[in-house]
Design a protein around this ligand. Structure first.
Ligand code: PEP
Ligand code: MN
Length: 374
């Protein structure tokens, strides 16, 4: 990933002032993906309050859906439900806003915090419109990363909102869309939020394991990883009856299950005298684990393209091996590896290994064999 050199600072109010929760770490935003009925929202809120770990209630009422003719949220009526859920549970509320009108309605209805969704962060026009609507208003705003892995776009959105005068600002890492096979709905690509944290140490960064994972069983480990990387909080979806949820049914927990998951998280302190060495070591090992994960994902995507090429060559009666192309790969990549502090011998070994596997897959496809690479 390219490092960003043109560092600008963000003017951030100390998050202790507004993420002020009497609850222990992590700062937790929880609630349904979507508000569906008043009962569902109020009951979820009351149950979430009971687990005594939630700081803010979330619910989407204007839902960005990939395809039309799906449930697109209940709209403005949901603001009334949120008000009632707050009154009944005592939890402050947050909602996703994507337009100036959303901001206006949310503010009129005493929503306490706003978040900008991944599909909105990608669009500077939309972010600008939201920023305009927020001028002169003092409300906490969370900016999710854009859908695509583009740190600059994320930073741009944070800057636009910050320059509108929003100082209670935080980022939410919800993973990035990824072309290829993955166990995640959105790839964590931890290097990106880590780089954001390096560039803006003053900016609180939360993690949304629900939208990274897309499925319940992966969520606890991603939540733990986020805490271990010193993220300041979590946003996790919770629904009173997850299996009946109109959106994101597979990734929501009942409030009770959410309570158990949060209790099982280990909150490590970064500055404990006697555990310093061990926690530093664990942190470094976790980075290694993530990078290994990314290396494997990249190799897997590379092989998927190899398979496509093999098929294409087969259809066009072209040979598997094209020596000129292979020579070019070796030359360019070893040069690149050299400039990245990797030895030429190592780079050649690695490329050869990848190439051997690619040729084997090619051959199998050319010969029409049914392949199971597991
Ligand atoms: C959501 O939080 O329900 C949502 C739509 O998330 P994202 O913008 O991360 O996809
Ligand atoms: Mn959702």
């Amino acid at each position: 990933m390219n490092h960003v050199n043109d560092k600008n600072s963000l003017e951030i109010e100390d998050s202790k002032n507004w993420m002020n929760s009497s609850l222990a770490k992590p700062f937790l935003i929880a609630g349904p993906c979507s508000a569906e009925t008043e009962n569902q929202l109020v009951e979820t809120a009351i149950e979430l309050k009971k687990i005594n770990k939630v700081s803010v209630l979330r619910a989407g009422i204007w839902k960005p859906r990939t395809r039309p003719n799906k449930f697109e949220g209940v709209g403005n009526i949901g603001l009334e439900w949120l008000r009632n859920a707050k009154a009944e549970s005592g939890l402050p509320t947050t909602v996703e806003v994507a337009t100036a009108k959303h901001v206006e309605f949310a503010l009129k209805n005493e929503v306490d915090m706003l978040w900008i969704g991944a599909r909105t962060t990608v669009n500077p026009f939309s972010v600008k419109e939201i920023a305009e609507a927020l001028k002169g208003i003092d409300i906490p705003v969370f900016v999710k990363n854009p859908v695509n892995p583009d740190l600059q776009l994320w930073i741009g959105a944070l800057e636009r909102i910050n320059r509108a005068g929003i100082k209670k600002l935080a980022a939410i890492h919800r993973g990035f869309s990824f072309y290829g096979k993955s166990i995640y709905r959105n790839e964590p690509m931890w290097a990106i939020p880590i780089e954001l944290k390096r560039l803006y140490p003053e900016l609180p960064v939360l993690c949304d394991p629900s939208h990274i994972c897309g499925t319940r069983k992966l969520i606890p480990s991603i939540a733990q990883e986020a805490l271990d990387l010193d993220f300041q909080g979590l946003m996790i979806e919770s629904h009173i009856h997850p299996e009946n949820a109109l959106t994101d049914a597979k990734q929501q927990f009942t409030p009770k299950d959410l309570g158990l998951i949060i209790s099982n998280l280990i909150v490590r302190t970064a500055h404990s005298a006697d555990t310093d060495f061990l926690s530093k070591l664990a942190e470094m090992r976790q980075l290694i684990d993530k990078l290994d994960d990314e290396i494997l994902q990249s190799i897997s995507s590379r092989m998927a393209i190899v398979d496509e090429i093999a098929d294409y060559k087969k259809q066009n009666n072209v040979t598997i091996l094209q020596i000129k192309r292979w020579e070019e790969i070796i030359e360019k990549r070893t040069e690149m590896a050299n400039s990245m502090n990797l030895s030429e011998t190592f780079a050649k070994k690695l490329l050869n290994l990848i190439h051997e596997e690619a040729i084997a897959r090619h051959t199998e496809i050319m010969n029409n064999k049914v392949v199971d690479h597991k």
